[in-house]
Design a protein. Structure first.
Length: 213
């Protein structure tokens, strides 16, 4: 997989800048904008430079690992799952935040009810069609606003924002909201993903400024 080397270098440089700063903390019940963030009216596009082509006839989404009922779905089957709309704020580790983003798709808690994770499952590893991976604690995935989104502001999710379907975990920095989602694997032990292996924080809570490991 040929990634955007300039973008990778820029993110590595940004990580070094974060390491020189003292992380701050904030209470999401008292403030809306996490520390170190600024609001944007746009919706910046950040990815690894690979935008996988979408073919609804061959697209597959798998949910595997420590489950009672694994899933292997085609596009039409995914579209037939129970669907919800939700609005949440979006916080990127590169210091921009966007308020009130409207998503539509399948809520993670509804998906979890279908696949029934075993008691041994404590983490979810997201795999993307561009080779990207990221790790998320199962407890964070079970928040009410976590969604597998395939629509943005009422329209099909465009490829630049991770279409046809992506994970959205509003409580964590956006690198945890994997674009081009292909597979979710429920595991017992933590498995750092693409950015976590490159020095970014294992969890990524914006209210604690968990930007680096």
């Amino acid at each position: 997989m040929q990634y955007n080397e300039k973008m990778l270098a820029a993110k590595a440089k940004l990580l070094e800048r974060f390491k020189k700063q003292e992380p701050r903390q904030a209470d999401p019940n008292q403030e809306r904008l996490p520390p170190g963030q600024h609001l944007t009216n746009g919706f910046p596009v950040l990815d690894l430079g690979v935008k996988p082509k979408f073919n609804p006839d061959s697209w597959r989404f798998k949910v595997e690992g420590l489950l009672e009922e694994p899933l292997d779905l085609g596009w039409d089957e995914f579209q037939a799952l129970p669907r919800e709309k939700q609005t949440s704020d979006f916080h990127c580790v590169t210091t921009w935040s966007k308020y009130d983003v409207d998503w539509q798709g399948v809520k993670f808690i509804d998906l979890a009810a279908m696949v029934r994770p075993t008691e041994e499952a404590h983490f979810v590893i997201a795999h993307s069609f561009d080779g990207y991976t990221t790790n998320v604690p199962l407890a964070d995935c079970l928040d009410e606003d976590v969604i597998l989104a395939d629509r943005l502001y009422g329209e099909p999710l465009p490829i630049e924002h991770g279409g046809p379907m992506r994970l959205i975990v509003p409580a964590l920095y956006a690198w945890k909201s994997a674009k081009f989602l292909q597979q979710l694997v429920f595991v017992a032990e933590d498995q750092p993903g693409f950015w976590e292996e490159r020095g970014y924080h294992d969890r990524g809570d914006p209210w604690q400024e968990e930007r680096y490991g």
